[in-house]
Design a protein around this ligand. Structure first.
Ligand code: GLN
Length: 508
């Protein structure tokens, strides 16, 4: 067992470090052994004890000099393997980047390191973050710690599985169409995707640039706050990074201040801490495709929110179904453009044998990319090509605008937050969707609209389902732009009254 598991939050771990009850090095060493003991999960792709220990020793030296512990001092974390790291290899779970080592760190990586977090290694994911079950990794599927024959969700499956199994305290993930929320839901942990532009994309391997956003995965909302706050902030090296969020500077401290203010309001309200809060429940999130066990758990969670004083409002997001074709035109279009950089010339895999340069590029790409990535590139180039651009890509952009409008109408007229399921069902068995890639695409129905609109959203554990009742279910909380601090406070209120987030799988 990892030593950090003795602490129920990042804040309590920091206190123990400050009091010298434990050292960052001890924490790192125990996490390294725990990771070794759970290679069956295939959650980690690259570990390097020397690099990890060096980071832990820096934190211990700071503490020995009686300096105040930085917010994340000694916290064992891992990075999804789409964040470039100077030490560990960065592969995006692709053969294309099988041996790649970056000459620089992603902004998210350096910010978390500066805050004192200790990196235990790089986490398995779907190849180039394309997938919903982590079965598209060139390095094999990740297993769900709750049932090792089930998928952990994707694409940040290694991140969610490693946190759920207690190997690390928190992890980074990326969410293009649900990849933080969905694996968090299927592994029984919490995850948040902030408003698009809040967290820098510099050094985050691009998939769909207008959608990609990084977010943390951890056990509960308070730990998510500890990571998200220092991760966020304007970065001049990312052209899509925001300088201000609703007239407030986009900088560390903003989300924490909003969280603290929301908690104060809750406390002042006494026994009805959520009084006045209107929760929009979209009818389209409870249609025929939703499994009864997920519907029941979400319903119970909604009643818990009502018991805390919130008011439930039935709303409509009429284009929910359309978000699937819209996303699966826009995301592949952007992917086909982003992935054109892997040409076998500059970096990445190069075929061993070829005639001319064209053959070199096509062979390198055919050998380097897996089937799902090739499928996306084909779809993406098709919808962007002359003659089809207007019919598909432009049309998808128009529908995207209507989806944004639907959310804005809900927030301006009916509700303060939207809630519903994250996924239509609990985790599938590994291999179940093998012959049907579209089944995976359809399972993203409740998460894609949020990504198309660039809104913040999170997933928190709210129950269990499946044939044996041992597979986690997530509740989705969707907020208006720049409301991540309030969302976290809302989730925290729920977690003070429930213990789903404290449940652990066997062997964790
Ligand atoms: N399942 C979606 C896709 O494959 C979302 C993945 C993600 O958010 N990275 O594109």
């Amino acid at each position: 067992m990892s030593l950090h598991q003795e602490f129920d939050s990042i804040a309590s771990l920091r206190k123990a470090l400050e009091a010298r009850k434990i050292s960052a090095r001890e924490l790192a060493d125990s996490a390294l052994s725990a990771i070794q003991a759970r290679t069956d999960l295939n959650a980690f792709l690259h570990v390097d004890p020397a690099l990890t220990q060096a980071q832990a020793d820096v934190v211990d030296r700071l503490l020995a000099q009686d300096q105040a512990a930085p917010a994340l001092a000694g916290v064992p974390i891992g990075h999804k393997d789409v964040f470039v790291t100077q030490g560990w290899r960065t592969t995006a779970s692709s053969k294309m980047l099988g041996q790649y080592v970056s000459p620089f760190d992603a902004t998210v990586v350096s910010r978390l390191q500066n805050a004192g977090a200790v990196c235990l290694g790089k986490l398995n994911c779907d190849e180039f973050a394309m997938g919903s079950g982590n079965e598209n990794s060139a390095f094999g599927p990740v297993r769900n710690p709750w049932d090792t024959n089930a998928v952990p969700g994707g694409s940040s499956g290694g991140s969610a599985a490693a946190v759920a199994a207690g190997l690390i305290m928190a992890a980074t993930g990326t969410d293009t169409g649900g990849s933080v929320r969905q694996p968090a839901a299927l592994c029984g942990v919490s995850g948040i995707k902030p408003t698009y532009g809040t967290v820098s994309r510099y050094g985050m391997i691009a998939y769909g640039s207008s959608l990609d956003q990084a977010g943390p995965i951890a056990r509960h909302a308070r730990d998510l706050l500890e990571l998200l706050d220092p991760m966020s902030g304007f970065d001049p090296r990312d052209a899509t990074s925001l300088e201000t969020c609703d007239e407030q500077a986009n900088e560390p401290g903003r989300i924490r201040a909003q969280f603290d203010a929301a908690v104060q309001v809750q406390q002042a309200a006494g026994s009805q801490p959520l009084k006045g809060l209107r929760i929009g429940v979209p009818a389209e999130f409870f249609g025929a495709g939703l499994a009864p066990d997920v519907a029941a758990a979400v319903e119970t969670a909604l009643r818990q929110f009502e018991a805390l004083g919130a008011q439930r409002v039935e709303i409509s997001l009429p284009r929910t179904e359309l978000s699937i074709p819209t996303y699966y035109v826009i995301a592949p279009a952007e992917a086909s453009s982003n992935l054109s950089r892997y040409d076998g010339v500059r970096y990445g895999h190069r075929a061993a044998e070829y005639g001319d340069i064209q053959q070199m590029t096509s062979r390198s790409r055919t050998e380097g990319f897996g089937p799902e990535v090739l499928r996306r590139i084909m779809v993406g180039t098709y919808v962007l090509s002359h003659g089809y651009y207007d019919a598909y890509y432009l049309q998808a952009q128009r529908v995207r605008r209507l989806i944004v409008n639907d959310f804005q109408q809900a927030f301006s007229q009916h509700c303060d937050v939207i809630m519903g399921p994250v996924t239509p069902s609990v985790a599938k068995q590994i291999g179940e969707n093998r012959d049907d890639p579209v089944a995976d695409w359809l399972s993203d129905i409740y998460t894609l609209g949020v990504s198309l609109a660039g809104l913040p959203a999170m997933s928190i554990p709210c129950g269990f389902g499946g044939a044996r009742g041992n597979l986690p279910i997530g509740l989705q909380l969707i907020g208006n732009y720049f409301s991540e601090g309030s969302l976290l406070a809302l989730a925290d209120q729920f977690q003070q009254h429930t213990d789903w987030h404290q449940r652990k799988p066997e062997h964790a």
